[in-house]
Design a protein around this ligand. Structure first.
Ligand SMILES: Nc1ncnc2c1ncn2[C@@H]1O[C@H](COP(=O)(O)OP(=O)(O)OP(=O)(O)O)[C@@H](O)[C@H]1O
Ligand SMILES: [Mg+2]
Length: 210
């Protein structure tokens, strides 16, 4: 069905958190999920190793699968990419994905770095531009900060790239990560706000009707 890559040159922006939560979400929705952990830190695979056996299965792999893996209608492949990937490696990776999510922390340093990273993606040219959709997700946002205004200030000139949502800074992400589950597998009332914040991203990820 689709291949989703979570990538940003900046460390600690939430790549693993978003990858593992997406994997858990799609597994619960009945998809065959492969979580590809390209990071030697193995954070996604470590998360998977703590996953309770009672939860829907997710297949974990540590290297790029052949492109045909994601062709079946019910398949979702999610790539968790390490920080600091540039140049030819960036191109190899990005070509594997139809949808690219770039998590950005709401700090001037992180937003400036994201701007540079988007520039390096742009420089890959039309091969990438024409076959991948790219979105930005603000992560670890605190209440009372107008993150979208700030993101606009830093990144608005990136044509065709949308900010789809902002996730709050919340211990639900830390607690679920420890247990090998996602926020969609925690109590509904406790995670109600997080679930709402995920909706725009999940709808952006849905394949567009032709
Ligand atoms: N929305 C959030 N609320 C609270 N904590 C968060 C949130 N998102 C991520 N974190 C925490 O921030 C830390 C960094 O997140 P994560 O590991 O997902 O980033 P990363 O981009 O994968 O980092 P790296 O570049 O090292 O791979 C983790 O401890 C994670 O639990
Ligand atoms: Mg990571």
């Amino acid at each position: 069905m689709t291949s989703i890559m979570v990538i940003n040159a900046k460390g600690g922006s939430g790549k693993t958190t978003i990858s593992t939560n997406l994997a858990a979400y799609y597994a619960n929705a009945g998809f065959n999920v492969t979580l590809v952990d390209l990071d030697p830190q193995n954070s996604s695979l470590n998360w998977l190793s703590s996953r309770p056996i009672t939860k829907p299965k997710i297949k974990g792999v540590s290297s790029l699968p052949p492109q045909k893996v994601s062709r079946k209608l019910n398949d979702v492949t999610i790539f968790d990419v390490p920080a600091a990937i540039y140049g030819p490696r960036l191109e190899t990776y990005i070509k594997k994905a139809r949808k690219i999510i770039i998590p950005v922390l709401p700090s001037p340093i992180d937003m400036a770095a994201a701007k540079d990273f988007l520039k390096s993606i742009r420089s890959l040219g039309s091969v990438v531009r024409n076959r991948t959709d790219i979105c930005l997700v603000a992560n670890r946002c605190r209440a009372n900060t107008n993150i979208f205004e700030e993101l606009d200030y830093y990144l608005v000139k990136e044509k065709g790239i949308r900010y789809v949502t902002a996730f709050r800074d919340n211990t639900n992400y830390i607690n679920s990560a420890r247990k090998g589950i996602g926020i969609f597998e925690m109590g509904e009332s406790m995670t109600a706000q997080d679930r709402e914040e995920w909706k725009p991203l999940l709808s952006w990820l849905k394949p567009k009707k032709k």
